[in-house]
Design a protein around this ligand. Structure first.
Ligand SMILES: Cc1cc2nc3c(=O)[nH]c(=O)nc-3n(C[C@H](O)[C@H](O)[C@H](O)COP(=O)(O)OP(=O)(O)OC[C@H]3O[C@@H](n4cnc5c(N)ncnc54)[C@H](O)[C@@H]3O)c2cc1C
Length: 312
């Protein structure tokens, strides 16, 4: 039985999580179908290389949760797919629930590990703000939203079939009329493989350049704790945590962040966590892979200098 993965674009680019979904799909089935809405053949190629056998293109004009759920359900039925993988992104979270209702299946959200088969999936997901993990077995039909950066992207070669679907979005009650760009993240937090985050320990907004310089050198996105956001030092779009963004980068560098449970909820699944904090008792050190007990205003510029030497 096939597995269906819903690809997501950002502007003209295929989001990396789309490739993670088709790669994850191969753990469940030898037939992975990707649904590509408003994408190009170049996007389809990227999906094939990451694990898709079939890419179904659909030209639904604009995003709406009902419309996407209707199209995805129709394509899943046409391809005989009972397990549907969706990015755990703002958009994916928006339509996954509707899609689960539409296909009469269960919904597992914010999954970080997946295995099993296209009849029964086994997933692992953080619960209680990342304090514990739940392992679930779900019989198909099932909709699974997968946390960006949690899955390895494989290199795949095989048949590359592009099909088109005229599945319609149907009656749509709510429409997105406008998106206003926020404060302007240089690199999107959710997709970043390295994140440098600052908390109350950075003392004030005038000190962001200390962290931004390190971001620029290593190609990281800039994150923040809620304390920094609530103080008005930076836009909410940068907030990591329970009431901010959930991230799963390869490396998360926490600077002057104590490590409250609500912050850990958003970054606890990072592969490597580096904590820089002058308080050796700060809870962030309990989850850190590497800890530096020192003043961030000494450590961060020193790191930036060293990375500049290595990376040029
Ligand atoms: C319902 C709810 C939702 C929440 N959601 C979120 C959320 O999404 N994200 C989030 O982050 N928080 C969230 N919070 C808030 C959370 O509980 C903490 O208050 C917040 O994370 C603390 O931010 P902080 O670590 O920057 O500040 P603090 O806890 O004040 O920590 C600052 C740290 O900086 C260190 N420090 C100070 N100066 C230096 C220096 N020069 N060099 C190195 N270290 C230094 C200190 O030792 C300290 O550990 C939420 C709270 C609630 C109740």
């Amino acid at each position: 039985m096939a597995v269906l993965a819903i690809a997501e674009l950002k502007g003209d680019e295929l989001k990396k999580v789309s490739k993670e979904l088709v790669s994850a799909g191969r753990k469940l089935s030898d037939t992975v179908v990707a649904l590509l809405i408003n994408g190009s053949d170049a996007h389809a190629k990227e999906l094939f290389e990451a694990g898709a056998d079939v890419v179904v293109k659909n030209g639904t004009a604009e995003y709406s949760p009902q419309g996407y759920a209707n199209v995805a359900a129709a394509v899943a039925e046409a391809k005989g797919a009972k397990v549907i993988l969706v990015p755990h992104s703002v958009m994916g979270k928006d339509f996954a629930g509707r899609l689960a209702v539409k296909v009469g299946g269960a919904l597992a959200a914010d999954v970080v590990e997946i295995k099993g088969s296209a009849d029964e999936v086994e997933v692992r997901k953080p619960v209680y703000s990342g304090k514990a993990y739940a392992n679930l077995k779900i019989k198909a039909p099932a909709v699974v939203t997968i946390r960006p950066n949690s899955q390895e992207v494989i290199s795949h070669s095989g048949p590359e079939t592009i099909e088109s679907s005229d599945a319609a979005e149907g009656d749509v009650a709510s429409r997105l009329t406008e998106v206003e760009a926020g404060g302007g993240e240089k690199i999107a937090l959710a997709d970043a493989s390295v994140i440098v985050s600052g908390g109350r320990g950075i003392k004030g907004p005038e000190n962001w350049p200390v962290l931004q310089e390190l971001c620029d050198v290593v190609g990281a996105a800039l994150g923040a704790s809620r304390a920094a956001v609530d103080a008005g030092w930076i836009d909410h779009g940068h907030q990591v945590g329970q009431t901010g963004k959930t991230v799963s980068p390869n490396c998360y560098i926490a600077c002057g962040i104590s490590g409250a449970i609500q912050h850990l909820a958003g970054m606890g699944s990072s592969k490597v966590i580096v904590a820089i904090n002058k308080d050796p008792e700060a809870p962030i050190f309990k989850v850190a892979t590497y800890g530096v007990v020192d003043d961030l205003f000494q450590v961060v510029p020193a790191l930036t200098t060293e990375f500049k030497k290595v990376l040029g």
